[in-house]
Design a protein around this ligand. Sequence first.
Ligand SMILES: NC(=O)c1ccc[n+]([C@@H]2O[C@H](COP(=O)([O-])OP(=O)(O)OC[C@H]3O[C@@H](n4cnc5c(N)ncnc54)[C@H](OP(=O)(O)O)[C@@H]3O)[C@@H](O)[C@H]2O)c1
Length: 326
Amino acid sequence: MKAIQILAHGGPEVLTVADIDPPLASPGRVLVRVAAAGVNFIDTYQRSGQYPTALPFVLGKEGAGEVIEVGDGVAGVAVGDRVAWAFAPHSYAEIASLAVEDLFAVPDDVTLETAAAAMLQGLTAHYLVTSVHQVSPGETVLVHAAAGGVGLLLTQMAVARGARVLGTVSTDHKAALAESAGAEIIRYDAFDDMTTELPDAVRALTRGEGVHAVFDGVGRTTFDGSLASLRPRGMLALFGAASGPVPPFDLQRLNAGGSLRVTRPSLAHFLATAEERAWRAGELFGAISDGTLDVRIGAAHPLAKAREAHEALEGRQTTGKVLLTI
Ligand SMILES: NC(=O)c1ccc[n+]([C@@H]2O[C@H](COP(=O)([O-])OP(=O)(O)OC[C@H]3O[C@@H](n4cnc5c(N)ncnc54)[C@H](OP(=O)(O)O)[C@@H]3O)[C@@H](O)[C@H]2O)c1
């Protein structure tokens, strides 16, 4: 089968199409013909070696497709079922082997492409607004990269929970998308000094008070400005590092800022039990089905164009979800 397999860590150029043996059915696992694989920042961290992996390695954490074979001991999943997954390895491939507990059933009214597009970023947005900080009516929150994959979903979910959302973006096109998702726009590309100009812009929009929470997946370039944009007892959820990792910082700054809180959460820890997984996926698919959550697929590339997909994602060229269709 064809798969995107890396033989060495490096830039997008290490992403090449390989002809490899397909996985075999094994106990407790199913084989899925992959219809679409999601492209996520974690794939770029694994490709570059920032998150080391064994080599050779087939990239991809997320996807959706149709079950073509079930292993021994598998119950509740049958050949022909439409399934999706958010956090299981080796999805940039024609066929993937998945543990049954990693699968979500895709509702009939949701396409496999939309399911692949919604899983990782949608479940992330869900745990951020429900469990990391329970976004509540009357609150104001700041969402960075609000036209990105997580950003557009997070913005819509925070608005649906009654919050006012300030969203940072870097282009007019991204501003229009984030605005239609419900955000008030801050153009952080215009700032010479993010550390002072971002909190100034936030305070100008909040009568000097700052925001209740910041959802920051950008990292290095925004972290200091994010911290300074919080009101006392505010929460900074640093959930990614699109601009690079945040260096160590002095915890005393949390006291000086007003008993602030910082967390560095990860999706895997918020899919801890079967009940938690079912709750999050149920709410996510429910919102897609009833039309209250719009999953924007910004680009869909064939598998062989994985390199271009990574270049665009890392180069700030994408909006919404980037997919590999297979
Ligand atoms: N912790 C978790 O559980 C979890 C799960 C999923 C994703 N994440 C993280 O969430 C973040 C967003 O992921 P995503 O897949 O939805 O990506 P994305 O937001 O669609 O793309 C990243 C965006 O970040 C902004 N950005 C600002 N500075 C950047 C820079 N120097 N290089 C690249 N991008 C920059 C860009 O938007 P502008 O041009 O508008 O600035 C860019 O489009 C990533 O950090 C990812 O690792 C974390």
